[in-house]
Write a protein that binds this ligand. Structure first.
Ligand code: PLP
Length: 393
């Protein structure tokens, strides 16, 4: 108790209590530090703050010790140096645009990219004076022919999370580096575990932490990870200006799941690959799009650059089945839910009309994307077989 505090009214002492917590408490868990107001010891400290420095606490929106602990762990996982948290994966994507492009600039996006990223690009193109052009994800070094004098940002996604083409990341980043163009990869598929973007020349890695990092289908969060301090500062300034941040409670949920992420990822990978092989032999299926299978576009790059695949893959049903029949198959599944997002324990299935998404698409049958959860693999297989018999005869 300070000298003056005992004379104050009870209500004041409740608000400004002299806590007497004995020191020496230890646990494994980073404390959940909630704050809007961050308090400065004096005005000089407040006035001398440098927002570029992590750990110069300024306002709860920008960082707390809890969010910084999560950011540091994400940077470690990907082999980067800095990470910025965002309230969703899509907010992290938006912040890359805000930090890296302005009106008059040009952006290149692979045409198999996560749909809302493509939509964001089209919005910038329509309303904000940025030109956005879509490229074939298998373009490789041919990206050089697409670059304009005002191209500032090239997006990559490896593989595209619906159609599964794996780009030659090294070939694209080599050209971009030569021309001084920033590259950003949506690395959500690999969780940052199976693909290390900075070893392949990428400047910014985006994660939807909503997926494997959360692992519980109950948190929305995103991150940008960088190896370069100047780029990190650019993204940080954009984030401060746009007023996005995350709650420490949500950070603590993701922190809780990170230690089990590799173990979960390995189980997803094993079950998904086993089911992909089994589906490839089924007469109902024309094509299985799984980057570990040799006929998946970009398989050679996948083998060269990736150490695992996770729970996501797609199949194309034989063209003799109508889209309505394939819908019936999806609705006949009992263990696969119909829903967006993935990375949790539950398996999912979703049909996609790819012909409306991509310029050149060689397949005629309907595509269904599977996300293989943590259920027993034999049960999932039996469920698919039963749904095929029920819906397709
Ligand atoms: C889910 C997802 C996102 C966006 O994450 P949200 O947190 O849902 O906004 C971005 N990219 C990919 C590849 C995704 O699967």
């Amino acid at each position: 108790m300070t000298a003056s505090s005992s004379k104050r009214a009870l209500q004041t002492r409740i608000v400004q209590h002299d806590d007497a917590i004995p020191p020496g408490y230890l646990s494994f868990v980073p404390p959940v530090e909630r704050a809007s107001t961050v308090v400065f010891p004096d005005l000089a400290t407040m006035r001398e703050l440098d927002w570029r420095e992590d750990g110069q606490w300024r306002y709860g929106l920008h960082a707390t010790p809890t969010s910084l602990a999560l950011a540091q762990r994400l940077a470690t996982i990907e082999g980067g140096a800095h990470a910025l948290l965002q309230p969703s994966g899509l907010a992290a994507i938006a912040n890359v645009y805000f930090g890296c492009v302005t009106s008059g600039d040009d952006v290149l996006i692979p045409d198999n990219v996560y749909g809302p990223n493509a939509d964001f690009g089209r919005w910038l193109d329509n309303d904000f004076g940025v030109t956005v052009r879509f490229y074939d994800p298998l373009v490789g070094a041919g990206i050089a022919d697409l670059i304009a004098p005002n191209t500032r940002l090239i997006w990559l996604e490896a593989p595209g999370s619906v159609t599964m083409e794996v780009p030659d990341v090294r070939a694209i980043t080599a050209v971009a580096r030569q021309r001084g163009i920033v590259t950003a990869i949506d690395n959500t598929y690999s969780a940052g575990l199976a693909f290390r973007p900075f070893e392949h020349g990428v400047d910014i890695s985006v994660q939807a932490l909503t997926k494997y990092q959360s692992g519980g289908s109950d948190v929305l969060m995103g991150a940008t990870i960088t190896a370069d301090a100047v780029l990190h500062a650019k993204l940080k300034l954009a984030r401060m200006r746009s007023g996005t941040g995350v709650s420490s409670d949500d950070c603590s949920l993701v922190l809780r799941s990170l230690p089990s992420m590799q173990a979960r990822f390995d189980v997803h990978s094993r079950s998904a690959l086993a089911l992909a092989h089994w589906l490839k032999a089924r007469p109902e299926i024309a094509t299985v799009l799984h980057p570990q299978l040799p006929d998946c576009p970009g398989h050679a790059e996948f083998v060269r650059d990736f150490t695992g695949a996770g729970g996501l893959f797609s199949v194309i049903f034989d063209a003799r089945y109508s889209a309505a029949q394939v819908d019936r198959f999806v609705e006949s599944l009992e263990l696969f839910a119909i829903g967006w997002s993935w990375g949790g324990a539950h398996s999912l299935a979703m049909p996609y009309d790819v012909a409306s998404m991509r310029a050149a698409w060689p397949h005629r049958g309907t595509l269904v994307r599977f996300y293989i959860g943590l259920e027993d693999e034999a049960d999932l297989r039996a469920d698919i077989e039963r749904a095929m018999q029920a819906a397709l005869g």
